[in-house]
Design a protein around this ligand. Sequence first.
Ligand code: P6P
Length: 331
Amino acid sequence: MSKLVTIDRHIMETQPPHATGEFSALLNDIAFAAKLIGREVNKAGLVDVLGFTGTTNVHGEEVRKLDEYADDIIFKALDHTGRLCVMASEEREEIIPIPAKFKCGHYVLMYDPLDGSSNIDANVSIGTIFSLYRKVSSAERGTLEDCLQPGLEQVAAGYIIYGSSTMLVFTTGNGVCGFTYDPSVGEFLLSHENIQTPKRGKIFSVNEGNSYRWDSGTKAYVNYVKQVDKGTNRPYSGRYIGSLVADFHRNLLYGGIFLYPGDLKNPNGKLRLVYEANPLAMIVEHAGGYASDGHRRILDIKPDGIHQLTPLIIGSLDDVKEAEDFIQGKR
Ligand code: P6P
């Protein structure tokens, strides 16, 4: 039996001595919200949580009932804790102030409440993605400035994957660990102590249906990984679920590369810098991997807006660096 270590026990054992416990409490708040979201996701199809709300989000995407539920749960689980100064959600146009009746704290929460939810009717794994930053503005309560920090400033990043089991994977800059939810005790228990992604994988994940719109470098790279060359593990296997957290999680554990490149129609691709790319980039780098937009390290990019899109090439270090060489015309 693996060690029976809960999230707060793990954080107490791994955080620096001067940690105030506020951090641990925040991560537990997020884990609590994840339990509630997972409960609804896991019974989707049995109760009236599938389908659409009839509204569209800031990206013009139809909002599903579960998207709205997850967004609301996270807000309500964290708005009154006194640990956050501001929140921002991928589902909402503007930043989310902490209600005036509640005390403000020192942290900023950026979250994608339910990524990949268009897959839920098909029972495909989906996920919640989150980032924590420290407050940097001088204002009394959090501002947009606090939400537009480069990914390097994240103090924690994580995701919850609602799949065959519900797992919470996060890093506070001190390694990447995974906790698997045990519903019989209502706790997330440590199941993956120090996740390290292989330096090179054998999996590539990309929607090849968009290949007619790719630039020549991206086309050349994807063709390259499909050529036979036993000396370099090629051909790679193509694995694409179409749910970012599921594709990322598989590649994190097994090794490989995920690409959502820009293209002629969408030069900045489809994924969000702040809500998706930054948290996953922090996780993958602390697991020994790398994340790029094809030209720049994701974590170095200063966001201009909270809904900014970015091309995302992420996964095993050698694979992402190799893809960059093709995209930059060096190969
Ligand atoms: P496509 C899901 O809608 C999502 O936002 C990500 O979870 C996923 O990686 C991507 O879109 C899939 O996009 O264009 O391949 O269907």
